[in-house]
Design a binder for this molecule. Structure first.
Ligand code: NAP
Length: 352
């Protein structure tokens, strides 16, 4: 635990993910918000006057009074959580990483070879890439990323199964919440009474097919050797506010029984260095025994939104096993994932 609170900036603080970051940082034991940034639309005005708060309650009064800073102006902080759009992140995140440790949600640098893509319970050892990153780029800070909001729940379920039985192939069909599109997001006339079988013009499927390979890979000689898993994804946007569901069929190198897979999932624990982090859930994966769970409305807040819930683990007629995975897209899949990464950087001594 740091001896005094570490100042932190939120980049893109007015958006859906930025607001979650503010909510999760209220009364944080290690960090305090020192700067909020936005676009030309909001810079120079008090946060509370311009933000369209989409969460329950309201921003804390001391945050509402803060003046929004330009995202290009690097603040005097040790850490930054980035909720910038992909295109804005291209130039702005490296600018900050020269001096500040940046934990990004944006997809921009997730697959860049020297940028760690991290789920602390899954691959904290990938932080080893930072020595190479800092040496090559001459940064005093650093840049790490968290995965796509559907990838994260899927990989939290795959990790214990991969370690125990060797995952070989995955078919993933997702049912993704509308908050994943930010605010104002999908038009009501498109999503009410409807399901849209496309997100980001195929970009979402590509992320689910590639990011798990890096996350489940091994660091060797300053790069990640990707896991050899064949993944096919189909995504849909559904009229749920928060909580992404993934329907998985999985083929294994060594086929487990459903009971063996359930035991591996239920026993999954974070490495010791991650267990005590303030935002780490007691159980990363929660196995539901009921025939009709997990469900977004009932299970998205499991572990304060940081656990993945898994249910309906059964034999599959095509591959070996099938199951349903659910995780909170703006908490574990975005703001909470970035915050847990920041806590990992602080506890590893990379940020002090
Ligand atoms: P959003 O609601 O559209 O918010 C975007 C934020 O970025 C706002 O604060 C906006 O500020 C700021 N911004 C926009 N253009 C900018 C520019 N040119 N320069 C500087 N700042 C700019 O988006 P979001 O849903 O919060 O998503 C943020 C990021 O997280 C995206 O990269 C997204 O892909 C990723 N992500 C989202 C989710 C999710 O569930 N929503 C999950 C995982 C990852 P103004 O309000 O001042 O315009």
């Amino acid at each position: 635990m740091p001896s005094k609170k570490i100042p932190i900036a939120i980049l893109g603080a007015t958006g859906a993910v930025g607001q979650r970051m503010i909510q999760l940082l209220a009364d944080h034991p290690w960090f305090e918000i020192a700067a909020l940034t936005g676009s030309d639309r909001t810079v120079g005005r008090p946060y509370g006057e311009l933000v369209r708060w989409v969460l329950d309650d309201a921003p804390p009064p001391e945050i509402a009074r803060m003046i929004v800073q330009p995202s290009e102006q690097v603040a005097d902080v040790a850490l930054a959580l980035s909720a910038l759009p992909t295109d804005a992140a291209v130039a702005i995140e490296p600018l900050w990483a020269e001096r500040v440790a940046v934990c990004s949600n944006a997809s921009t640098y997730r697959m860049t070879p020297d940028v760690p893509l991290i789920i602390p319970e899954v691959n904290p050892g990938h932080l080893a890439l930072l020595d190479h990153q800092r040496a090559e780029r001459g940064w005093k800070g650093c840049l790490i990323t968290n995965p796509n909001c559907s990838t994260i729940g899927i990989v939290m379920a795959l990790k214990p199964l991969h370690d125990a039985f060797g995952v070989a192939t995955v078919h993933a069909a997702t049912l993704q919440a509308i908050s994943g599109a930010g605010y104002p997001g999908v038009a009501s006339l498109d999503i009410l009474d409807n399901i849209v079988p496309n997100i980001a013009n195929g970009g979402e499927e590509a992320k689910i097919e590639t990011e798990p390979l890096k996350l489940l890979g091994e660091v060797s000689e300053s790069r990640v050797r990707e896991a050899q898993i064949g993944i096919s994804a189909q995504v849909t946007r559904v009229p749920v506010i928060d909580g992404h569901t993934a329907l998985l069929s999985i083929g294994f190198a060594r086929k487990p029984t459903p009971e063996e897979a359930i035991a591996a999932l239920a026993d999954f624990a974070a490495p010791p260095e991650v267990r005590g982090l303030p935002s780490a859930p007691a159980r990363p994966v929660i196995v539901r025994a009921e025939a009709d769970r997990p469900q977004p409305r009932r299970d998205r807040d499991a572990g304060k939104g940081m656990s993945a819930s898994v249910g309906r683990v059964r034999p599959c007629n095509l591959l070996d096993l099938r199951m349903v995975v659910l995780s909170h897209n703006t908490i574990r899949g975005a703001a909470g994932g970035a915050l847990l990464n920041a806590e990992l950087l602080a506890s590893s001594g990379i940020v002090s």
